[in-house]
Design a protein around this ligand. Sequence first.
Ligand code: ZN
Length: 485
Amino acid sequence: MGISFEILQKDIAARAGRLKVGEKTIRTPALLPVVNPHLPLVTPREMQEMGVEAIITNAYIFSKSAEYRERALSEGLHKVLDFDGVIMTDSGSFQLMVYGGVEITNLETVSFQKAIGSDIIVPLDIPTTPDADRERAEKELAITLSRIREAREHLGPDAQMAGPVQGALFPDLRERSARAVQEIGFDFCPVGAVVPLMENYRYKDLVDVVLGAKKGLSPATCVHLFGAGHPSMLALGAAMGCDIFDSAAYALFAKDGRYLTTYGSLKIDELSELPCPCQVCRSHTAEELKKSPDRVRLLALHNLYVTLAEIARIRQAITDGTLWELLDLRCRSHPRLLEGYREFLRQAQDLEEQDNVSKRRFFYQGSESCMRTEVVRYHAMVERFTLGPRVLVAMAGKAPGDYDDILFFKPPFGPYPEGLSETFPIGQSEVPSWDEDMMRAGCRGIARLVETHPESTVSVLCPVEWAAFVRGELPGVEVLNADTI
Ligand SMILES: [Zn+2]
């Protein structure tokens, strides 16, 4: 028993897989809607009918509620919530972060979670907030790790338990924390205390923190990005290698009159149309939705539909190998998300090893595409070309015959031998008219060729309108004008 994770398909660092929790299995990436037993805008039963395989609820609320505590203990959580899928419980850590204190100990909460039949138990970790200095982050991390060990010893090695990764904004502490949690022995690790980052659009910090944690975790571990549930950022989360998300956003935003979309949240009172194919939006006009006595619930339903559809889209993109394109699209919906995307691309060197060698396609979508893993990998591969003493890279025109090897050219990748013209990425990439960003990247490919073949002399045959640019990018390389030969 326990928790185990199986990876079926990969794209960038994302995985489509199966998380086995005891005898239940859920598909990943997965979204766990947060259920507040006091105020279920959408019931767990309805969620199950919408395709939800797992939910998360707060054990702290159950333990402190006169109404629910005894029922949960005697009937079990699944009966009380009327949901027979996977139920994960949070320990009260969130209350600790928001309100600064909880009246429960680590062993009390894990024992309570076990007693009410939780499928995934979370120890009482300390979610160190992003403003914490290093000293405080280290101190709280030490307490968190001792509680995780204590919970593990108390419940035994087969307990279905999550090992949270903390460490505030320090990527090295996140990595160390992840390594320590991994050593205690977990296949399921939430990356915690990132909600304040997402609430403040600090996506660049989010990328650093998550990739820091991922460095310390085994690639086989299922990763939960705790508190992430806005549909516009799920593709980024998945691309970083997070498998589980949870959403309180669907309900919180609904209470605030906000309508979620994959490109941001809109105020329902400012909408005259409902641009969404879900059941709620197709059976109401914007005016009807605004005036409905059921407005908060209907908004929550729409918000949940949109979020679940995005998860399905991400799973499909991973299967198709087109997650880069979805990610690019989503991250252009907000400048701060674009900033996070660029930070992610900056670290693409490290991601290249995890990505697939071959994919269905590469669509060029602007300068950011030049930093994708496929380009990084191609530039590393150029080193392996076997070349004679005189080499010509023919960007255009008809090449003269007196060269030992003639290579062709496709930006943003660079030089390629004819034998690679049908293979990925050269054969399956769609690139519009050349622009300076892709040419700069393509020239990096040529520079890499020159650098790694010191015994060959490389010349470039270039369209005349690009000759000055290419000479600037490749000092010391002979650049011939295509129309003069
Ligand atoms: Zn809708």
